[in-house]
Every structure is written in C-alpha cells, then in structure tokens.
Ligand binder design. Sequence first.
Ligand SMILES: Cc1cc2nc3c(=O)[nH]c(=O)nc-3n(C[C@H](O)[C@H](O)[C@H](O)COP(=O)(O)OP(=O)(O)OC[C@H]3O[C@@H](n4cnc5c(N)ncnc54)[C@H](O)[C@@H]3O)c2cc1C
Length: 398
Amino acid sequence: MGAAPLPSRSVHTVDVLVVGAGLAGLHTARLLALRELSVMVVDRRRSLSAGIRTTGIFVRRTLEDFDLPDHLLGPGVRDVLLYPPSRRAPIRLTSDRDEYRVADMAAVYEHAHRAAEAAGARVLLGVRYDGGSAGLVRLAGAEPVTARFVVGADGARSRVARELGLDVNRRFLVGAEIAHPIASGTTTPAFHCVLDPRLAPGYLGWVIDDGEHSHVGVAGYPHAMRAGIRHLLDDFAAHAPGRAVPTGPIERRGGPIPVGGVLRRLACPAGLLVGDAAGAVSPLTAGGLDPCLRMSELAAAVASAYLRTGDERCLDRYAGDALRRRFRGRLLLRRVLAGIRSPAAAEAAVALLRGRAGRAAAARILFGNGSFPAVDSLPGAPAHRGGAAARAARPRRP
Ligand SMILES: Cc1cc2nc3c(=O)[nH]c(=O)nc-3n(C[C@H](O)[C@H](O)[C@H](O)COP(=O)(O)OP(=O)(O)OC[C@H]3O[C@@H](n4cnc5c(N)ncnc54)[C@H](O)[C@@H]3O)c2cc1C
C-alpha cells in the first residue's frame, strides 16, 4: 500500500495532519511545511498557554543543538543539590558550564506556533482529533479533513497510536508541579533534587527557578503514591528546599510521563508518532523536551520522503528498535531507581553518591550528554547541525 491517493471530493485535503500542538507536534509541523507539504495541526486545547504539562527544563545539549530564543530561557543553572529523605547535608555537584535553563513554556509554545505558521502550516486550536487515519479524519470542533498521512504528537496516551495500530506506552510515572512568580534577584540558580520514596516513589522531588518563577514538583509511580499526587506535592511544597516565596498566583501542571523507552513500532503507511506518543522520553531522567526536537527532525525527513516517493521502505528508517538498544543502560538505572522503596534505602543510595566514584557517576548522569541518544547517527537519519549551520541547511520555501 502506498500513500493514500488524493480524493476528488470537496472535503478539505492536506498532505499531513499533525495531532497535538505540543513541542513535538509544532516542531514536526514546521519541518514538514518547510518541505513543501500542506500541513494542518489540531490541538484540543483552546490556548497553548493553558494546560501546560512540563516544568520546561532544557538541558545543555538541547540548547547547543537547537535554536531556542535566549529571551525565552531563564539563567543558566550549574549547581545540583541532591538531598536524602532527612534533607540533611545535601550533595552539591557543580558544573563549570550552564547545564540547565528553565524556559517560559507558554512563550516557547507561542514561538513554535508562530514558526509553524510562518513555514506554512495551519494550526487549529480547540479542535479534537476523534479518530480515523490516512483518508478521512474525524475532528470535533471542525469539519473532517482528508489527510494523506497523520502524525501522532498527541502525548503519552496517544489516541492516534491506537487508531493507527502502532505501539502504545504502557509504563508511566505521573508528575505534578506548582509554578509561581517570585521576586526577581532573590534566588541563586540551583536545581534541588530530593530522593525520597515517600513523596516521589521511583523518581524525585524537585525545586528549580528561572529567576522569575519557581517550580516545585514531584513525580513517581502512581500505584505507589497512596496519598495521591496532589497531597504529596502540597506536602513537599510546604517544606521544599530552595523554594522562594510566591509573589503571584500559583499555576498547577502535571501529567503522565512514559518511561518504558522509545516504542518499537512507530510508523506505518498511514502515519507515525513523535514526542511522548512515541515514548521518546529518557527513562532515567524523564526528560522529554530534547527528544521532542531531536526525533521530529527524523520524523519529518522520513514522512516527506515517503509522501514524495510512495516508497514504504522510507518508513523503515523510523523504527524504534535502533533507539531502544541505546536505552539499555537507562532502563537498567530506571529499575534501580524504582527499587529504592524505603527512606533507609534512599539514605543509603545518597550516601553511596558521596564518595568520589559516586559523585563522578552522578555528574555523568546530571551533566553528561546522554539524556537521550543522538538520532542523527541512526541509519538514514538527516545529519544534525546545530545553531547557524542548522538554520542554513534547512530547506526553505521559494
Ligand atoms: C510535571 C512534568 C514535568 C516535566 N518536566 C520536564 C522538564 O523539565 N524537562 C523535560 O525535558 N521534560 C519534562 N517533562 C516531560 C516533557 O514535558 C514531555 O516529554 C514533553 O512535553 C512532551 O511533548 P509532546 O509534544 O510529545 O506532548 P504534549 O506536550 O503532551 O502535547 C500533546 C498535545 O496533544 C494534544 N492532544 C492530545 N490528544 C488530542 C486529541 N485527541 N486531539 C487534539 N489534540 C490532542 C494535547 O492537548 C497536547 O497539547 C515533564 C513532564 C511532566 C508531566
């Protein structure tokens, strides 16, 4: 079966329907539109600044490889403080470079929205994908469209994945955070991480700020959060280390985080998956923003090659197996984190990290380049060039 042929009826027809206007969807849509394809993006959210699900911490490697406008990012963070459950004597790790920057995510989505539209994509908000694959697609809030190809960028519990018969995420953490304004200049940038299975079973509690907003969050395995995540978060926030006093309204964010690794079957002649829908999140750090950008480049290259040629072999390049192999170490460490089930075990784990070898291992995870494997080295992937080189190399509309 080749790409779905264009119908002759009067229903609006697009080459690609992208479901989801998160970072993965908007970035993929922009890249597809730059490749001369007609692209429509739909998102059930009415505004991209509502219902944000992420803290917005970008790691150094993402900032080096992709062009995120500087004014959307908070100051660089070089210090990580790792606390045991007792909160006594945290381990401080300091990098000689800026390792993290927290973004104003509402502004990042708006920027990505404008960039997708400037490239030629049509973005419809308040429109829900209600099923259908290549061919006629049902939408709530808009007329149905005919799409040759559907990109599922619809998050961790992807409906597109189910409709297309692709793999679906099965292993999740759940994360929640509060974000609020703080008086500027009152904090020193630092990333506070608390290892305590009573509040964040299988993951961490965190506090970080972008100089203007503080973010306090917890994530963990939902089945082990007997008190409920909202209660655990409020409890943590009341005594969280490094949290600055709120000077404005508190916003709540949260959602599921797939941690089973990149899914195997990510593409078929009717469409493909990107971002959380593809399980493209580091199983260890739960970071998903870098893979949203990184995998979208390959997704756009593969989809446009397929739509141009109709050759299904193009889709073989977008297979999760090659990436999964590089996740072995991270999946193993995920099991180690999941195995820390008591405060005593967490105290012991932090104690292990106090030694020279432990500190070096922690620094490798926190400051290394390996949160998510490079996609560019996969067979057939487009060579990725960051910064100005990337801008110059991208295809442009005439
Ligand atoms: C509390 C929390 C904090 C996090 N913090 C970080 C962090 O600091 N750094 C980091 O790297 N990662 C972080 N992550 C993970 C990261 O945020 C995600 O991996 C990333 O945002 C996923 O982006 P996405 O575009 O794939 O999906 P999403 O951002 O979830 O976007 C999916 C979009 O699809 C839309 N949608 C869904 N279904 C439909 C439908 N049927 N019709 C139309 N639209 C639909 C949704 O409205 C949504 O806008 C965090 C996750 C959580 C839960």
